[in-house]
Design a protein around this ligand. Structure first.
Ligand code: HEC
Length: 102
């Protein structure tokens, strides 16, 4: 009986390790950016660091700042679609670079 308890403990321990391993993998790898090549260091660094999730995060932070000088700006000021590959509008990259993201 004591032996069974010990094995149950080991099994539970290994189970926990597996779950922790899986979730932390998800968080660090994430979905890569859709762009094969980034035009700016701003996005390049974010994609390298944490894929599209990180790109979204830094874009949101950038927009908050951008709104100080462009009050009406939203994601769709530059993006034709918010989601998927985040395609840009014709002047999206120009606006982004003018905002100081090189
Ligand atoms: C001033 C223009 C501008 C605004 C506003 C903007 N973006 Fe972007 N975004 C860009 C540009 C330009 C790129 C590509 C940059 C590059 O190639 O280096 C980009 C790239 C991205 C990417 C990378 C997609 C991929 O997988 O390759 C994501 C995600 C993204 N933007 C999300 C957002 C979100 C969410 C918002 C709103 C909170 C937002 N953007 C607002 C200009 C903008």
């Amino acid at each position: 009986m004591a032996k069974l308890g010990f094995f149950t403990l080991i099994a539970a321990f290994i189970g926990t390790l597996t779950i922790v391993g899986l979730t932390s993998n998800d968080a660090s790898a994430g979905k890569p950016c859709s762009r094969a090549k980034t035009e700016t260091k701003f996005l390049g660094n974010a994609c390298k660091k944490g894929g599209q999730d990180e790109a979204k995060k830094v874009m949101k932070a950038f927009l908050k700042d951008y709104k100080k000088t462009h009050a009406a700006a939203t994601c769709t000021t530059c993006h034709a679609k918010v989601g998927g590959a985040y395609p840009l509008k014709p002047d999206g990259l120009r606006l982004f670079k003018e905002a100081g993201n090189l």
